[in-house]
Each structure stands twice: as structure tokens, then as C-alpha cells.
Design a protein around this ligand. Structure first.
Ligand SMILES: NC(=O)c1ccc[n+]([C@@H]2O[C@H](COP(=O)([O-])OP(=O)(O)OC[C@H]3O[C@@H](n4cnc5c(N)ncnc54)[C@H](O)[C@@H]3O)[C@@H](O)[C@H]2O)c1
Length: 700
């Protein structure tokens, strides 16, 4: 038929195998082949039934996303029509789900009259993760098979379910332990021989009749906080609700209209961008894919404080033994106790079981003696942010660790090139910048120094995957990529407060945009004192620029954030929800007067543009300076490190959506007001002038 579809007759049954590695994605070629081979079976009088299965380990992982938005070539049928033809076939069609059946794959399976599944296969409708709804009948057929509640769970949640779950809920008819295709052929023969009409999913009504509409209302309420500014999760609910009110033909038509509309929205474009960005991030242009990575069989962490403990947990969770070092036994004991309590919390919340906790704790050992590090493959240093101390430790590590061991620093701000000079192996020195809490946050900025070898970098990029982080390679620079951008925007937010806005207004706007919290709430979480100290350090670098005075004034009051139940906001004992503070507002008004500002109104739009465009400009500088490999890496950093909403695609993609000329113009205005903090990036300027976007820019 086509290269990607194999067809053979097994007795009176036609077996169609989708064989388009690696994912058997439904491409134009697959659709063409499916349509043709199906028609051949229908036209062949000796063919009594049809089995559809997948080659390799997948059934079908979904539509071919790389073909989205491209016009369908002549003669290629649309997937929804192929599925409907399967459903209306007078000859029984049986899906043999050998592996994942996701998205369009699951929809294809539901167009078949019966579904048999391998025990390890899974089924699901993950479209919502890409900003749209199932468009091949999933919203109409799944509720007919599994009922409304389960369908909502799968379609709005976007997570696949196991074969066993699929059987129990009615999504499939049988789990086949032995030869799946042989059983499917036998199944098709039995139905054909029985003379009964094949069961059409679209004609089932039992599970969609008399459904209480309150279910849908409850779901809308449930998802509202996490679905700010999004349409796709709500449309998932609406279209499933439509399945309870419309017949299959009407329902499919409605689903298609909604699908087509959502596909054109920025939400879907942004989420698609993120999907590809996450795959690109592992590719480093000058480090070939086959660069040998070192085996990491044992790790060491220096410092058992806030970060060290969390980093150690990542290794233990991945089954890698890890030694934690601290200066004194009491500091070490306190650090390891925190790790233990952290695991115990996960056990009590049901996230892991006691066995897993015990297993992890057995993998974590503590020592105060550097000599115990002779056999580790990597060391991650997480001691106080002090260059002298770090250099002393690296010199010591260089002595005690085996020559091939990688020495990494978790520093947030220090120059790792300088740290590397303390060793005789600068090629083995790099940064691994974890985010707090280190056992939870997905982002890992892997830092390349001037001398880090390709093997070292390949090893830490692979390590990120092993410990289930999203590793992004960045260069050495103040705050690397994420924090450099954050610190500039956070500072400008403080300037806005000094000039007339209030922290609660700024936070409301940034939360409304889709961040988990605004910069002031985030500062209360991370510590006002921490920000004050970082800022003091930065004054040494940027002493001639405007500095926010309000942070000094707040620091002087001893309001350090959540840890003191008072920061930019007031916190009731034990609560993490801040309430605006009269004291802070008075302090702000007083500081404005002290600085000679006549306070003025800030519109929400001005706040948003100022905050985000300053961030974008800094991102453009990072790119220009070669500190990020590509603009989409910055988007990944901002999503996983700071919660930039996926449906805006990260700051650089968002800039492209807004249009760079508008961003540049605003950045020039900000530059007038805030000086060098927002010095317009040359890259931004030239891309804007050429009518291009960051997506068109590739460094090197
Ligand atoms: N806290 C964060 O949010 C965060 C985020 C990213 C990176 N970082 C970076 O991680 C590093 C650690 O930060 P933290 O917040 O975990 O600090 P912390 O103060 O909580 O912990 C530091 C630990 O290092 C130990 N230590 C000091 N000297 C030592 C030595 N010579 N040998 C062994 N242990 C020693 C201390 O006893 C303490 O337990 C810093 O470089 C910081 O910039 C912190």
C-alpha cells in the first residue's frame, strides 16, 4: 500500500499493520495507506473481517504533529473519515493494541468495532496537553465506551490509562497475554461467522443517557484555578457534555468545529512550540549525539543544606548511591534528618510507599571526611555562596577524587570558570544549577565553562534525564539564564512599586497572565533577606544603575517573607496565603516620597508589558551573548524553572506572538525610564527591523 502500511491476508481476515517508526504517528502517508488498505478489504469478497495493529512497540502514538497546519495532499483521506468508515464497515474491524494507543491512535481504535489489548499497552487522549481537543471522535466515542466521568478524567486530564484500567472501564474488550494478532484474527472471524452486525461505538447510548449535568459543572469548577486563560480543557468538558445531548453524527460535526477553532488559537500554537522545544533542548550543536557519556554509578554532594539534601534525594530516587558531606557532624545530622522528614511527608501523603522511602534512605550516606569520596563518579558542591570557600573545596576534591570524576558546582551566581582554576582538571568542571526545592523542581541548568569537555557536558545532560530533570545547557554569566532574566524583571517590579503600583496589583497581573504567583509573593517564598543579599552583591557589579530602595526599607523591618510570617504580605501563623499589609503599603508610600516620586496609577497592561518585555529583552541579550543554545531553550527554562505558562509558550515565543516591533518599541521606552537594566538588545532590534521572530534566529 504505502511504505508505512503493511497488509496481509490471514485466512479470510485482512491484517493492516501501521509500521511507521518510531511512533507510528498518523502522517499523510499512514492515512493514505490506511484508507487504501481498508477499501481493498471492503472490495475483496473473500475478506470477511479486518484487524488493525501497529508494528514495533507502538500501536499509534498520535497524529503527526510536524504535519499540523499543512494542507492535506490530494487523495489523502482525513483521519475522521477513515475512522467513520471503519465504524460503518459491514465487515467487523478489530483493533489489536500492541502498544500505546494515544490521541488519534485511540480514536482510530474506537472507530474499530472491538479492541483487544496487550497487557503492557496503554490508551489515552492527551490532546489537551497540546492545547486542543480530540478531533477524530474521541470526545464522542470515549464517553459511550467508558461513561462520562471516566472520559472526562482521561480527556481533560490527558493522562493515559493501563490495559487493566482500560478493560475495567470498558475502553477495550479483552486483554490478550499470548499472540495478540492471532487472537484478533480469531475474534474477527468469530464475529463474521456469527452473522451479527458489528458493534458500532457511535451507536452505543447506555453510558451517555440520563447523565446528571452537574457533573460537568463540577468539573469546570475543579479545573478553573489551573486552567486560567485556557480554552482547551473547558472545551474538552463541553464536547464530552455534547456527547450526552447529540447523536454521533451531530456530535462529530460539533467536535470538528471546536477542534478546528482551537487549532488556530495561540494556546495550541504555544503548547505545540513547547512540545518541540522540550525535544530540541537535548541537542547541542557542537556535541554529537554519540559523544560518550561517563557512567554515573555513585555521586557525592557537598553541603547538606537546603539544596544539598534535595539534590541527594534526586540521586537516591533514581537508584544511584549518594554520599553527602558536611563540615560538622551536627550539620550533617540535621541535613539528613530533613531528607528523612521529606520522604516521610511523601509517604504520609501517599506519594510513595514506606519501602521506596527505606530503599532511598539506604542509598544516602553521610560523612564529614572528604577521603570517603575516592570512588564517586560525580561531585555536586552545594555549600554557602562564597568563592573562597568553593575554591578551597574544589582544590580538595581534585586531590581526593579519582581523575575522571566530574566536579560540578550548584552555585547560583559565582563564576565557575574561576572555580575551575582551583583544580588540575578544568575539563571535568561544570555547573549543575538546581532550582529550589531541588527534589521537586524539574529544571536543571547545566553550565558549560570555557574548558568543560564535551564528554563532561554529554554526561551531565544525560544525568539530567536519569534523575528525571529537564536539563538545559547554559553558559557562565551573572545568574546564568533564568535568574538573570528574573532578577531584572523583579527589580523593575520594585521600581513600579516605588513609582505608584502596589505589590498586590503587580502580583495579581502576573498571576492573571498565568504564572503560579507574582514576583512579590515569590520573593516572600524565597526570602526577602536572600533577595536583599543577592542585590547587595549585584550592586558591586552594577553600582551605577538605579537600585530599588524599597527592598532595603523592607529588609530593615526584619520582614523576611513567609519564614517570619511577614514580608511583602502578612501571613497568618502556618498559612502560605499572603494578605496585603497596611504597614508595607505605608512603607511604600513613604519610600516613594523619600525618592521624590509622585505616585501615579499603573494600568494592568503597563505592568504586564513592563515586566514581561524587560524579561524578553534580557532573554535576547542572553542569546546574543551565546549563553543559551537557542531561544526555545530559554522558553523551557522559564516554564520548568519559574512556571511560565505553557499556553504562552515561554517568554521568547510569547515575544514572537506579540510581534518583535512592538516589544522593541516598549523596551526602548523602558530604557529611557530605567536605564541600562533595559538597554535594548541588538538582536531584538535587528530581528524586529527584519520582520523576523526569535524562532527564525539560530546562533552560530
Ligand atoms: N537556596 C536556593 O534556593 C538555591 C537555589 C539554587 C542554587 N543555590 C546555591 O546552592 C548552594 C547552597 O545553597 P543552600 O541554600 O543549600 O545553602 P545552605 O546554607 O542551606 O547550605 C549550605 C551547607 O553547606 C555546608 N557547608 C559549608 N561549608 C562546608 C564545607 N567546607 N564542606 C561541606 N559542607 C559545608 C553547611 O554546613 C550547610 O549545611 C549555594 O551556592 C547557592 O547559591 C541555592
Amino acid at each position: 500500500m504505502t511504505d508505512v502500511i503493511k497488509f496481509e491476508k490471514q485466512g479470510a481476515i485482512g491484517v493492516i499493520t501501521i509500521d511507521s517508526p518510531p511512533a507510528n504517528a498518523i502522517s499523510f502517508a499512514v492515512k493514505k495507506g490506511l484508507g487504501d488498505s481498508f477499501q481493498a478489504c471492503i472490495d475483496d469478497d473473500s475478506c470477511k473481517g479486518i484487524v488493525v495493529t501497529g508494528g514495533g512497540r507502538m500501536f499509534v502514538a498520535g497524529a503527526d504533529i510536524s504535519e499540523f497546519g499543512k494542507p492535506t495532499p490530494e487523495g489523502v483521506p482525513e483521519l475522521e473519515n477513515i475512522i467513520r468508515n471503519f465504524e460503518l464497515s459491514p465487515k467487523p474491524v478489530v483493533a489489536a493494541l500492541n502498544g500505546f494507543a494515544l490521541g488519534g491512535g485511540m480514536e482510530l481504535a474506537m472507530g474499530c468495532h472491538y479492541r483487544l489489548i496487550a497487557p503492557t499497552a496503554q490508551v489515552g487522549q492527551p490532546e489537551v496537553n497540546l492545547g486542543f481537543i480530540p478531533g477524530g471522535g474521541g470526545t464522542q466515542r470515549l464517553p459511550r465506551l467508558v461513561g462520562v466521568e471516566k472520559a472526562l478524567d482521561m480527556i481533560v486530564g490527558g493522562n493515559p490509562i493501563s490495559a487493566q484500567d482500560a478493560l475495567e472501564s470498558g475502553a477495550v474488550d479483552e486483554i490478550v497475554e499470548a499472540d495478540l494478532v492471532a487472537r484478533a484474527v480469531e475474534f474477527a472471524e468469530q464475529i463474521a461467522d456469527s452473522g451479527e452486525a458489528p458493534r458500532q461505538t457511535g451507536s452505543l447510548t447506555e453510558k451517555i443517557s440520563n447523565v446528571d449535568p452537574q457533573i460537568f459543572e463540577d468539573w469546570r469548577k475543579k479545573i478553573a484555578p489551573k486552567s486560567r486563560n485556557m480554552e482547551s480543557p473547558f472545551e474538552c468538558i463541553n464536547t464530552v457534555e455534547a456527547s450526552t445531548k447529540m447523536d454521533i453524527v451531530e456530535g462529530l460535526k460539533h467536535e470538528r468545529e471546536v477542534f478546528d477553532r482551537l487549532m488556530m488559537r495561540d494556546e495550541a500554537k504555544s503548547m505545540r512550540h513547547m512540545f518541540f522545544a522540550e525535544r530540541e533542548v537535548a541537542k547541542i550543536p557542537d556535541i554529537p549525539k554519540d559523544t560518550a557519556a561517563q557512567d554515573i554509578k555513585k555521586a557525592a554532594i557537598i553541603g547538606s543544606g537546603t539544596m544539598g539534601g534535595g539534590i541527594a534525594m534526586n540521586f537516591a530516587n533514581a537508584g544511584i548511591p549518594v554520599v553527602v558531606v558536611d563540615v560538622a557532624q551536627d550539620a550533617l545530622d540535621a541535613g539528613l534528618d530533613k531528607v528523612k522528614n521529606n520522604y516521610a511527608g511523601s509517604v504520609s501523603r501517599g506519594r510513595i510507599n514506606q519501602d521506596k522511602m527505606d530503599q532511598c534512605m539506604r542509598l544516602i550516606s553521610g560523612t564529614t571526611d572528604y577521603a570517603d569520596l575516592a570512588d564517586v563518579d560525580i561531585v555536586i558542591e552545594a555549600v554557602f555562596e562564597d568563592m573562597g570557600l568553593k575554591k578551597k573545596i574544589f582544590a580538595e576534591l581534585d586531590k581526593v577524587c579519582k581523575p575522571e570524576a566530574i566536579l560540578a558546582s550548584n552555585t547560583s551566581t559565582l563564576d565557575i570558570n574561576e572555580i575551575a582554576t582551583a583544580t588540575s582538571r578544568p575539563d571535568k568542571v561544570c555547573g549543575t544549577h538546581f532550582f529550589s526545592p531541588a527534589n521537586v523542581m524539574k529544571l536543571l541548568e547545566n553550565v558549560r565553562t570555557d574548558k568543560s569537555s564535551k564528554e563532561t557536558l554529554a554526561t551531565i545532560m544525560k544525568l539530567a534525564k536519569t534523575i528525571r530533570k529537564t536539563g538545559v545547557l547554559v553558559g557562565v554569566g551573572d545568574g546564568f539564564v533564568g535568574n538573570r532574566m528574573l532578577h531584572i524583571s523583579a527589580r523593575i517590579a520594585e521600581f513600579m512599586v516605588e513609582e505608584g503600583a502596589m505589590p498586590s496589583q503587580v502580583d495579581k497581573v502576573i498571576y492573571g497572565f498565568g504564572f503560579p504567583m507574582g514576583p512579590f509573593a515569590m520573593n516572600d517564598l524565597a526570602g526577602v533577606d536572600v533577595r536583599f543579599l543577592i542585590r547587595e552583591e549585584q550592586k558591586k557589579l552594577y553600582g551605577d544603575r538605579r537600585q530599588s530602595v524599597i527592598i532595603d526599607r523592607l529588609y530593615e523591618t526584619g520582614r523576611y517573607g513567609q519564614k517570619t510570617n511577614a514580608g511583602w504580605y502578612d501571613y497568618a501563623e502556618g498559612s502560605r496565603k499572603g494578605e496585603p499589609s497596611q504597614l508595607v503599603e505605608d512603607l511604600i508610600v513613604k519610600t516613594s516620597a523619600e525618592l521624590g516620586f509622585e505616585r501615579r496609577e499603573f494600568s494592568d497592561e503597563e505592568i504586564l508589558e513592563t515586566y514581561i518585555f524587560a524579561m524578553i529583552n534580557t532573554g535576547a541579550k542572553v542569546l546574543e551573548e551565546g549563553l543559551a543554545v537557542r531561544s526555545s531553550d530559554i522558553d523551557v527554562i522559564w516554564h520548568y524553572g519559574y512556571g511560565f505558562p505553557r499556553y504562552w509558550g515561554g517568554p521568547m515565543f510569547y515575544a514572537d506572538l506579540v510581534g518583535l516591533p512592538k516589544v522593541y518599541e516598549k523596551v526602548c521606552e523602558l530604557n529611557e525610564k530605567y536605564g541600562d537594566w533595559v538597554e535594548p538588545s541588538n538582536l531584538l532590534k535587528s530581528l524586529a527591523a527584519e520582520g523576523k521572530g526569535f524562532k527564525d534566529y539560530s546562533p552560530s
